[in-house]
Design a protein around this ligand. Structure first.
Ligand code: LLP
Length: 432
């Protein structure tokens, strides 16, 4: 096999006993491929941030909910969140017990809250009105409240979830309102949480926000503070998407050292004996996932070279939605000789009928040819879970490279029949 641009995955032995071209031929494309070893490694990176006895990692499953991956994450000792009945269902399907699931959602209907209560989950509410609703449904019960610490972070305005310009959380000036509702409904404040946004590469903002949450906890009336079991600082831990430019990683040694010191000194000072959680999604699953696709056409329009693939924004929406960068590898079987021309600027697009269907714009890459297989790196988080049926394309398959290099199909490719699954029988009977 000749890999035109594959140094990053070669170095990791990402594809185990197979080549990406073999995987594409066996399972078809588009195909999400995950690597078990990397997934476990990322779980351990974060579990090792602190040895404080109350410290734990709450994987935010919105980044990827494949049950086989969730089972591995559970084996590694992480707990999970859920923010919808669907996530809760998949958490349970993957073996998580209610005590291992936090319901951290927003703007729930009463029936969704009742569903979470029926599962005995601790629910985080992020408005006074949801606190009131939950109080009515669960008098004398426990609740968790999501605060907005006033500091936001993130790679794009669409993923900053704290500060003034966001729908999330209760601002600290409303704490009296929270306390009044707790008393009114005889609720116990069992936890407080926050999430400032997605993708930070420097620790300062996250740690400052964590400190604000701790101050807020301390400022609670003694009888309420005494009942607090859980403080959750949220997720947002970033990964470097520019793999071939060797952009630095988030410095977990420094982050861990500072976080650990903060947790130790604060619990000593405050007497708190409960749990501390972080809530990462992306960091756990992004790098263990690569999206494989095939090149079906190449052309020049004006002075631009377009590489046409089966990787539309129905399969990976991040570039179209946030202008996100994903590095690209190029694979070609050795019995197919490629051109020897120098690298050139190329724009990689999908097969969706919209001009915004662009995966990678003006990239300087070795010349890509028809039938090449492309590997879109760091696609494990917010990849498959954000895929859609737009243009009535079927959802892709997912494959796991096991620790011994073998593969498991962990989600089959959808079929055309799957597209008709939810129509009532009249739709299919019309013609008969
Ligand atoms: N906790 C809460 C309450 C969240 O809303 C999120 C992400 C997380 C934890 C995990 O954040 P992470 O560690 O993954 O940054 N689709 C976007 C990211 C949206 C994040 C939404 N909330 C993307 O593709 O970049």
């Amino acid at each position: 096999m000749s890999q035109v641009r594959s140094a990053y995955t070669d170095n990791l032995n990402f594809y185990g006993s197979y080549t990406p071209c073999e995987l594409a031929a066996t399972y078809g494309t588009p195909l999400y491929v995950y690597n078990e070893n990397l997934l476990r490694e990322r779980c351990r990176d974060l579990l090792n941030l602190s040895r404080h006895p109350g410290f734990g990692v709450n994987y935010s499953v919105k980044a990827n909910t494949n049950p086989v991956l969730l089972k591995i994450i559970r084996e590694e000792g992480l707990v999970v969140d859920a923010m919808s009945p669907g996530e809760l269902y998949l958490d349970k399907l993957s073996g998580f017990q209610s005590s291992e699931i936090l319901y951290i959602s927003n703007n729930n209907s009463e029936s969704e809250l009742k569903n979470a209560l029926a599962h005995n989950l601790l629910i985080s509410v992020d408005s006074l009105s949801q606190l009131d609703t939950l109080g009515r449904l669960n008098r004398h019960g426990k609740v968790m409240v999501r605060f907005n610490p006033g500091i936001g972070a993130g790679h794009h305005a669409k993923v900053i979830t704290a500060g003034k310009e966001t729908k999330f959380g209760i601002t600290p000036d409303k704490t009296d309102g929270v306390i009044a509702l707790l008393q009114h409904h005889h609720l116990t404040l069992a936890g407080i949480n926050q999430h400032i946004g997605s993708l930070f590469m420097e620790s300062d903002g996250y740690l400052n926000a964590a400190q604000i949450l701790l101050h807020l906890a301390e400022a609670l009336p003694d009888n309420i503070f005494a009942q607090l079991e859980l403080i959750d600082f949220g997720g947002g831990f970033g990964i470097p998407y520019h793999k071939y430019e060797k952009k630095p990683r988030l410095d977990l040694i420094e982050l861990g050292r500072r976080l650990h010191a903060m947790l130790n000194s604060w619990s000593e000072k405050s007497g708190y004996q409960g749990r501390f959680l972080i809530e990462p999604g992306r960091y756990i699953v992004a790098e263990c996932g690569i999206l494989l696709g095939r090149v079906h056409a190449v052309k020049n329009n004006g002075d631009k070279r377009y590489v046409g693939t089966d990787l539309g924004f129905n399969v990976l929406v991040r570039p179209a939605m946030y202008d996100s960068f994903h590095d690209v590898e190029i694979y070609r079987p050795s019995d197919r000789r490629g051109s020897n021309t120098a690298p050139m600027l190329q724009t990689i697009v999908g097969n969706i009928c919209e001009s915004g269907d662009i995966l990678a714009k003006n990239r300087l890459l070795p010349v890509i040819e028809e039938e090449d297989v492309l590997g879109i790196l760091d696609a494990g988080a917010y990849g498959f879970v954000m895929a859609s049926h737009y243009n009535q394309r079927c959802l892709p398959a997912e494959v796991l490279i096991r620790h011994d290099g073998t593969t498991d199909l962990i989600r089959r490719r959808e079929t055309l029949e799957d597209l008709a699954r939810c129509f009532d029988s009249r739709a299919s009977n019309e013609q008969s």
